[in-house]
Design a protein around this ligand. Sequence first.
Ligand SMILES: [Zn+2]
Length: 166
Amino acid sequence: MKVTNVSIKLSPQSGDRLKAFCTMTLDGEFVVRDLKIIEGTNGLFVAMPSRKLTDHCPKCNGKNHLRAKFCNDCGGHLPEKRVSDEDVQGKLHADIAHPINSECRARLQEVILHAYRDELRRAGRGEEAAAAVAQPEPDAYQEGDSGVSPVHPEASAAKPGVKNGG
Ligand SMILES: [Zn+2]
């Protein structure tokens, strides 16, 4: 399997932990959208496309994101702490598509980060490109822990308070 095309959409602000969105084409005939390039604790990693996990409202059985405070359907107050703080990192999102071994993950990441650096240079952000290195181990990703997204909830929400200081 070869990545035959990568397109990168840079985050406008270089201080965001979410650095870019990415679309890749596999073997010239299959497109995967919504990959994310995230600034981790000591470098960049590529997060697979993911969806928010949901549960059901106790009153009307409507579907709501685990962090929602009120039901989307009936407006009722939802129970708090449906996910414990320790569990939050892995359990708010689940990967929609992902590699099943670290070799494939590393290969995809290399191609995508290469395209990311090219895009930064094209945008006149060469210094960021030079500093854009992959972190050795992706955050919150464990071998065999399939379906668990490495995306930090904070990173995907792109809160203004989350900056990397650079
Ligand atoms: Zn409801």
